[in-house]
Design a protein around this ligand. Structure first.
Ligand code: SAH
Length: 242
């Protein structure tokens, strides 16, 4: 039996999903509340990752080892970094990197020590479905000018809120041969845990800000006004495809 977890970072993003959940039942593990139930006939667990890589890794591990989850989908918001990645656009992750991982000169910058890996890839089939679902959701929500992207997302334990910093992250990753579309604070951790346990993972992030000097204003406004609708609409469409 497939049990799919839908993870969000923020309560605002989870709210719409929670309202749609059939037969909801809450459980608590590791100081976290999870909601078990059904969406469109599928068994699901809704959870908040909490913010940052360590918190998100604990949440993902709990879902897999304690709650029997064998597929994880992340829905959240992120700062746009790549050229042409604007507020309101949707980025589906092809893979993740930790932009603050640096054990150089012992290991190459950005490589996760002992894994021999810099990037953790998302599950191709689930990602394809998430792309389809996001495309449909964007059409339905009449975000006429919003674009859909697929590519690399970088995670780190920083809210990137300065244009200089954002450019610096982009430049450093480019030097390592990596083209980043967006930054956030959890995805790479969940991707690594899913790699460890062999659990398929996919992630979608709506762009709430441009990770620049305006980010601290744009981010809360977007989260309050639109993030929940996006998450709900993309997940509804995904569960029709699964
Ligand atoms: N005090 C805030 C903290 C949010 S941190 C609050 O709780 O409202 C920002 C969250 O959104 C993280 O979960 C991160 O994954 C994502 N995010 C959005 N824009 C980001 C940016 N510019 N840099 C890093 N993370 C960002």
């Amino acid at each position: 039996m497939t049990v799919t977890a839908i993870l969000s970072a923020l309560a605002e993003e989870q709210q719409g999903l929670l309202e749609q959940l059939n037969k909801p039942q809450s459980v608590r593990h590791g100081g976290r509340d999870f909601w078990l139930g059904e969406l469109n006939g599928h068994r699901v667990v809704l959870g908040l990752s909490r913010i940052g890589k360590v918190a998100a890794a604990t949440t993902a591990t709990t879902l897999i080892t304690r709650l029997g989850v064998n597929r994880i989908v992340f829905t959240g918001v992120a700062g746009g970094v790549g050229a042409g990645v604007s507020v309101g656009d949707v980025v589906v992750a092809a893979e993740f990197v930790q932009h603050d991982m640096d054990a150089s000169p012992i290991f190459p910058r950005f490589e996760v020590p002992l894994y021999g890996k810099t990037c953790f890839a998302c599950d191709p089939a689930l990602t394809e479905m998430l792309l389809d679902a996001s495309r449909t959701a964007l059409a339905e929500t009449e975000q006429g000018q919003a674009r859909l992207h697929r590519g690399l997302i970088a995670s780190g334990d920083r809210f990137v809120s300065a244009a200089d910093e954002s450019r610096g992250i982009q430049r450093a990753l480019r030097e390592a041969g990596l083209d980043v579309l967006a930054v956030e604070m959890e995805g790479a951790a969940v991707a690594q845990v899913c790699f460890d346990f062999g659990v398929p993972f996919a992630a979608v992030r709506t762009i709430s800000d441009r990770a620049d000097d305006q980010a601290h204003v744009d981010f809360p406004k977007f989260v309050a006004e639109v993030a929940s609708g996006y998450a709900q609409s993309i997940m509804t469409n995904l569960f029709r495809l699964l």
